[in-house]
Design a protein around this ligand. Structure first.
Ligand code: PMP
Length: 361
């Protein structure tokens, strides 16, 4: 198969075609450099420019000022499950964790290894089909931070607004990073692994409020110390240079052709509505996993009335050029991940296939 198909993978996910095309064009020789981005020193002036523009674009997209620092690190999303408490949770302190799905459920026990992770709410009883309201959260005003996952990739539940809390927020935004505008003033740490909305695997982007960063513990191992990464300008060791370069191309694409994050949000909402409208029109055939007011614009999760129909749906979808729609094993059924890079045409093709499949079944 040499033609590109529509790829609904949850991650590593489809990248914007113009970004891949540019990376392909420049793979052997960066314009003006004559060497591949993979072949230049991470301390060269060429890479200075790449890193500098990537950070500047990120700051512009999110409206970040000087009170926030940015670190590009390795170790994936799950490394952050540990780095957050290693930096910010003392042995005699506790942090509040909101458990809305598989990823926040996995993060909380890592914090327990440093101090105490208090699970203030869990959606486990209902198989994580929603996020809590503020009224349901009894938060500790002394907590070191309140941790939540803005979009649970596996269950497809998303916070519309962050929880109301007096303490600093820590957010795993791995699967809805740069999908909408956001005011980060209440966030101590806002992080995302790149392989959904921001590039290939191997890079995580961490945004830290500087006053919160000052509260970190002392005597940390250098590679686990956010402060050291920030001081070293994300070059404490060799950073994932190729992934940072692709991140740069993605930020250019978001700022330019995509028109900035407000336009990206509208684009994503419209795409998601195309699928949710079909689910809502046939609730006995497409059994949506997430409750209506918590549904994700990034990961649309549903099942069909039987496992057999799920299997047939997946097989026939592939025959129609619609790939990687299988739900995660813990939820089953179907998951359509429609991140920023998924074109509207891909979602329309899936919507039309869903309608046709329903009418034939
Ligand atoms: N958090 C979220 C919300 C995720 O979706 C994922 C990965 N799918 C992770 C964390 C873990 O990322 P990684 O595999 O890079 O550790």
């Amino acid at each position: 198969m040499s033609e590109r198909v529509f790829n609904f993978c949850a991650g590593p996910a489809a990248l914007p075609l113009p970004v891949l095309e540019e990376a392909q064009r420049d793979l052997l020789a960066l314009p003006g450099v004559g060497m591949s981005v993979m072949e230049i020193s991470h301390r060269s002036k060429w890479f200075d420019e790449i890193l500098g523009e990537a950070e500047a674009n990120l700051r512009e997209l999110l409206g970040l000022g000087d009170d926030h620092a940015v670190a590009f690190v390795q170790g994936g999303g799950q490394m952050q499950f540990s780095m957050v408490p290693i930096n910010f949770l003392a042995a005699d302190a506790s942090a509040d964790y909101v458990v809305t799905g598989s990823w926040s459920r996995k993060a909380a026990p890592e914090a327990d290894k440093e101090g105490a992770a208090r699970v203030v709410w869990t959606g486990e009883e209902h198989n994580y089909d929603r996020v809590p309201t503020d009224a349901e959260l009894e938060l500790d005003p002394e907590a070191s931070y309140l941790y939540f996952t803005s979009n649970e990739t596996i269950q497809g539940v998303q916070f519309e607004e962050p929880p109301a809390a007096d303490v600093a927020l820590v957010c795993d935004a791995s699967s809805d990073f740069l999908s909408r505008p956001l005011d980060l003033s209440r966030y101590g740490v806002y992080y995302a692994c790149a392989q959904k909305n921001a590039g290939p695997a191997g890079l995580s982007v961490v945004i830290l409020r500087r006053d919160f960063l000052e509260r970190r513990k002392t005597g940390l191992h250098s590679m686990l110390d956010y402060g050291k990464h920030v001081e070293a300008g994300s070059r404490l060791n060799t950073p994932p240079t190729f992934a940072i370069y692709l991140f740069l191309l993605i930020t250019r694409w978001l700022k330019g052709p995509m028109g900035g994050l407000a336009a990206v949000e509208e684009f994503n909402r419209e795409k998601a509505a195309l699928l949710y409208d079909v689910i809502d029109a046939s609730p006995d055939f497409f059994l949506g996993h997430a409750l209506r007011d918590c549904r994700s614009t990034m990961n649309v999760t549903f099942r069909l009335p039987s496992d057999e129909l799920d299997q047939r749906f997946l097989a026939e979808a592939e025959q129609n050029g619609l790939f990687q729609l299988k739900g995660h094993r813990s939820v089953g059924g179907i998951r359509a991940s429609i991140y920023n890079a998924m074109p509207r045409d891909g979602v329309v093709a899936l919507r039309d296939f869903m309608v046709d499949f329903r009418d034939r079944s």
